[in-house]
Design a protein around this ligand. Structure first.
Ligand code: FAD
Length: 295
């Protein structure tokens, strides 16, 4: 169900509807652009609440994120959400980028701190004249009338002092005007529900959408997980590896695991599902199929 300009995610979920959303990244070349648009068109009939487009590490895809979200706003029925990070930008540059989102008809923004150019494990160094934490970008975007989403971390952000400190950060972002949160990828439903409980215990009811990444390549997911602080549990590894060598069978095991996680999340009260599509529709459609979600 598309939100439309007057319908916020909060309204939608408050009305008891489930939210599905899809995340894309700005492609590098013309072939990637074609793949992105074929994924968008294949997923459009599922009427997602929004589709989001990431902002490249180190601010490298600024113009592309603006252009793609603008094109989604103009040429589709979808609600685009543009990501934005604080990396390498002064406050006035960030204001300029927010202005260009407005000019493109984009009213939803995912306000993030971002990671240093050297990667997620490198030490954060603020940009002179810039912002230091995502909460400041939430305030900036919210004050300009954007509908704001933020990042959340079921296993805690890797540099957070504790899970409680991590929940305090999400609560501060909600109080600064964030309307909803989307989680980092994770593979244990209990990690997600633990985060929700910590946030609710602080008196904050912000909807938290679980971010779903099916394991289609175990080695790649483990590498990425180490960087971003997501663990791949032993039972998950065992199920994928016991599928053997045949890539089609391994893939099917990854899809089945993701569908089971989605089932557990929805059954436990998650307000919806946010899919990391990697600019392809196939895996998401396979998970929808397993969940019997149809257009
Ligand atoms: P913050 O909320 O600022 O948190 C960063 C760290 O600072 C945390 O350890 C937090 O505990 C700590 N902290 C926050 N506020 C305070 C405070 N007031 N005092 C002390 N400590 C504090 N990266 C990109 O480059 N582009 C993207 O498009 C992108 N999209 C993402 C989408 C999702 C759904 C998620 C989950 C992550 C995404 N990321 C993206 C990665 C993200 O930028 C990194 O995970 C980054 O390290 C943290 O961003 P944040 O917005 O959570 O930052």
């Amino acid at each position: 169900m598309a939100t439309g300009p007057g319908r916020s995610l909060r309204d939608l979920i408050g009305a008891g509807e489930r939210s599905f959303s899809f995340e894309f990244f700005p492609p590098k070349d013309a072939a990637g652009e074609q793949q992105l648009w074929s994924a968008i068109r294949a997923l459009e009939p599922y009427r997602p609440t929004f589709v989001s487009v990431t902002y490249g590490a180190g601010g490298t895809t600024r113009d592309k994120t603006v252009a793609i979200t603008g094109r989604i706003a103009r040429e589709t029925e979808l609600v685009p959400m543009a990501h934005l990070t604080c990396v390498g930008h002064t406050r006035s540059e960030l204001e300029g980028i927010l202005d260009s989102y407005v000019a493109e008809g984009v009213s939803h923004v995912m306000a993030l701190r971002g990671d240093p150019q050297e990667g997620p494990r490198a030490e954060w160094t603020p940009t002179p004249g810039g912002l230091n934490h995502a909460v400041e970008l939430v305030e900036l975007a919210h004050a300009r009338g954007f509908r704001v989403g933020v990042a959340a971390f079921p296993e805690g952000h890797p540099s957070a002092a504790s899970l409680d400190a991590d929940a305090d950060v999400l609560v501060a972002k909600a109080r600064a005007g964030a309307e909803f949160a989307v989680t980092q990828m994770f593979f244990r439903a209990e990690d997600y529900f633990g985060l929700v409980d910590r946030v609710r215990a602080r008196g904050v009811d912000i909807p938290i959408l679980p971010g779903i990444m099916p394991i289609l390549n175990l080695a790649a997911i483990r590498r990425q997980g180490e960087l971003i602080g997501t663990s791949v549990p032993d039972d998950v590894v065992a199920r994928i590896t016991s599928a053997g060598e045949d890539p089609a069978v391994v893939r099917a095991a990854g899809i089945r695991l993701a569908a089971e996680l989605c089932d557990d999340l929805l059954a436990g009260g998650a307000p919806g599902l946010h899919f990391y599509t990697l600019n392809r529709s196939k895996a998401t459609l396979e998970i929808f199929d397993a969940l019997r979600i149809t257009v």
